[in-house]
Write a protein that binds this ligand. Sequence first.
Ligand code: ADP
Ligand code: MG
Length: 378
Amino acid sequence: MTHSSLLRHDQTLFRDPEAFEPTFVPDHLHHRDAQVRELAFLIQPALRGGSPMNAVLRGPPGTGKTTTVRRIFRELKESTKKVVPAYVNCRQDHTLLAVYRSISRHLFGYAPPSRHLGDIREGIAARLGEKNASLLVCLDDANYLIPAGTYNILLYQLLRLYEKWDVRGAGVFAVTSDLATNLYAEADGPVRSIFRPTEVNFPPYGKTEIREILGDRIRQGLYPGVVPAPVLDLVAEMTAGEQDIRVGIALLRQACLRAEGDGRRRVTRKDVMGVVAGVRSPALAARTAALSPGERTLLYQIAEQSLSGGEMMAGAVFEEVQDYLAVGRTTYHTRLRRLADAGIVDLLQTGKGYEVLLRYAPDEVFAACARGGTPSPG
Ligand SMILES: Nc1ncnc2c1ncn2[C@@H]1O[C@H](COP(=O)(O)OP(=O)(O)O)[C@@H](O)[C@H]1O
Ligand SMILES: [Mg+2]
């Protein structure tokens, strides 16, 4: 190793450590022009004094939904007073009070003094009236509102805000990474008559797109030469396999920290391989946590079956696990499909039906299932 390849103890590989944080909004948004155009189109009426139109944004995790909304909202904030964008993270804020407090914070720039729902809503309406602005709310990860029982009431109240207070109509962008949830279908009758969202889809990135996005992140966040091209190729390859760009960003960050810890200026393939387990298991944990108890039980049984070297054809797995699941074939196949959609198993079509392939080692699956709640029958 040459002297110049070593770091001094006070040196770092990170030009901008923020670039690897989950909340980082990149300078350039790749491959999302169509989605940005579509959302901009829906906002247009509000710029002319009307109300924004509604949207449902759908796509698997890590397809840039949150980032796209954040970019558009930032631009709106800088360029117009006619629309007030309010971003709500429903994973975190899913009660009525929490959501309205969050909206209120965007509108006033500070947390509302009152904890009374009526006061907060009135404050929001009054402020909008004063500014003659319309409200555009992003309910990010809106599927979390459904189990909280607040999804329909929130949509109803937000979209009808103007009726009582005589302010301009609000718009809602509802976002979900959970492809099994249809946010339009979840809306009940009275809501559907006012919530007619345009569906905006966010397809997974391919390997070339992933390489480009990660390459950009490297340029923004690291000093030149830290990640050689073959190492980026490896990370892009692994990320494409996981179908989640966040895995790639986390791999780069962890691999760089490892190289930095060793005092090296350059990341190697070995660094990447050394951190992969630590990055993959939180990703698996997140996927597992999003499953229903029944789906998790099936996953657990599949891991058992795989560990014991049992036959992995879908039909054979059904025979093996039906005592534990106590469900019929149709439900079994629905759950299997959900595990595939979640990126935990692959269903490989063969001449004799589907083979179930686990993407993770059975041990990793047991650990994730244990953390995501104890598997229970049904
Ligand atoms: N098109 C893109 N260009 C640059 N970075 C992106 C792009 N899409 C996603 N990212 C990055 O990937 C990560 C996950 O994106 P995010 O918007 O949170 O996905 P989602 O909300 O669909 O789960 C973020 O760090 C984000 O900056
Ligand atoms: Mg998101």
